[in-house]
Design a protein around this ligand. Sequence first.
Ligand SMILES: Cc1cc2nc3c(=O)[nH]c(=O)nc-3n(C[C@H](O)[C@H](O)[C@H](O)COP(=O)(O)O)c2cc1C
Length: 198
Amino acid sequence: MSEILILYYSRYGATAEMARLIARGVEEESDMHAKLRTVPEVSSVCEAIEDAIPKAGAPYVSEADLRECSGLILGSPTRFGNMAAPLKYFLDTTSQLWMSGALIGKPASVFTSTSSLHGGQETTLLSMMLPLMHHGMLLLGVPYSETNLLHTSSGGTPYGASHLAGADSKLPLSDEEKQICRTQGRRMAALAVRLAAT
Ligand SMILES: Cc1cc2nc3c(=O)[nH]c(=O)nc-3n(C[C@H](O)[C@H](O)[C@H](O)COP(=O)(O)O)c2cc1C
């Protein structure tokens, strides 16, 4: 069985909930296993402050997780229209993988959560794609054959799943947002299976 790595950062839980739905989509489709991983917080002082194992939730990602996965689905809350610093900080440590070309040709996809509807879902998703392109990954979106993209009045974009969490970050995922998450997971799993067979 091969693995799709779902790597996310989540401060208040919305992106983590999306990650779990995407994982369900991955495992609905095929023999693919969904591996959920997160990244530590970053600190303004230059010292390690986190335990090696998080107190709750997904384990921290390792370089081996990226090297071994058949596909990557990357999730972050929107922070000023961009991905959150802890995820960017982790990506900035992946230069060995970049130099060895370990991720070239692997499929990748992105998802995000915001407080406001026009607060930067698309800009975050597009900016998350940039380092993945430098790694030579193959980017996968969500086509409009997923008709919830046409009907959603909150999150959901062709660039990747998204969620409108509201000002207090507590809005639950809508049915449309949930379906788009699962479709993204299924689509990634199906592509990874096809690529593995070539
Ligand atoms: C520093 C900071 C910057 C943020 N910037 C934006 C933003 O640009 N647009 C937006 O809609 N929400 C913004 N938010 C809100 C988060 O994106 C939103 O609460 C998100 O759903 C949190 O996801 P999480 O529950 O996975 O942590 C920001 C939050 C923080 C703490």
